[in-house]
Design a protein around this ligand. Sequence first.
Ligand code: ATP
Ligand code: MG
Length: 422
Amino acid sequence: MTIKSVRGTHDLLPESVQLWQRIEASARRLFELYGYAEVRTPIFEQTELFARTIGSDSDIVQKEMYTFSDSKGKSISLRPEGTAPVMRANLEHGLYHDGGIHKLYYIGPMFRHERPQKGRYRQFHQVGAEVLGSDHPALEAEVIDMLDRFLEELGATGLRLLVNSVGCPTCRPGYVKLLREELSKRQDDLCPQCQRRSETNPLRVLDCKVPACQPVIDELPSILEHLCENCRQHFESFRAYLGHHKIHYEVVPRLVRGLDYYVGTTFEMVSSKLGPTQNAVVGGGRYDGLSQLLGGPPVQGFGFALGIERLVVLLEETQDSQLPRPDIFLAYLDEQALEESLQLAQELRRQEIFAYIDFQGRSLKAQMRLANRLNSRFTCIIGEEERKSGEFPLKRMEDGHQVTLKRKAIASYVRGNHGPTR
Ligand code: ATP
Ligand code: MG
């Protein structure tokens, strides 16, 4: 029996990797324009980091983490998300000591033991960004503007931006109490999990995706009507800044995160082109309480995580995935001509030209067929005559146009004819 990849994990073969590289390159380029620098944290952490921050009543901590004991019996988990590790690194290395703003981004794999389905995997990948050290609503709008530019540049269309405020330790407890009261009247209409959460963490009920719970959720009081003056003003100001950036959004009061360290602004970007329960491409918000939960000083934070697999689903339709085409295919007639070709290829590659040589001992005819299949821009047939004269016949494949060139002239001719190739 052959060995297969683990359920919920995927190989990315060269044709799909191209799109991934494009996404990653756009993120790096664009995020850096907004002042972000990359951070790379380990793929596994102490389980405690996630247990403490994500919340022990969350699906992630309850059943989705890949947790194991190392040889000393320490509990280790593969990271299910990137924000807590970034905050841990910030505290561990004292980045906050300078009192400035730190804009950080990351790109990498995350791990959750969920039921695999389209757009939901056990190893998936996120691009995320975190701003530490400011609670300015204009900065929140700037983050969303950056995301908007990023998605537009890649050609992702039809995404809706949903925004909300989840209040703060001043106003949220009152709302949660009210929610608990309302939910206690509707216990019989709720799914078993919501029945439990009505007591333990009623905010999480708002997030439930079970169809039967939806009519109840729709009738629950809105958190926006229970914000304190600070939160109300912050949210209003955030929306005004979105307006300045000409960004469209919808206010969705049931968009919450059921964790105490989240305050104020939360948002999601969703697409109807994805499945009904995995339509979110981006999730983000403000987490001013996270640092203290990890034993650090107060550090304001705002950020998002974008699921690359879900973005890829949106982009795949528009993408004709093609492998890079060779600039020049060097076809050789015999062993000595192969040696000549190898040398020529080496020279050309040093000048950023993609030169291709066959290594399967094909006949000349078969080499030319391969050049066609690879869609090479030029071909050059090398035999005894070329070796001796140092002049090479180049054929432009698109129209059959031929020229004879000295070897030193080849690179600039190929480049001049087609510009930078990749
Ligand atoms: P969902 O409600 O879709 O499960 P989530 O709230 O668990 O999302 P976050 O923890 O906010 O997701 O992660 C941010 C983004 O990461 C999501 O919007 C999604 O694009 C992506 N994501 C989350 N879990 C997975 C997964 N198992 N497979 C692929 N992408 C995922
Ligand atoms: Mg999830």
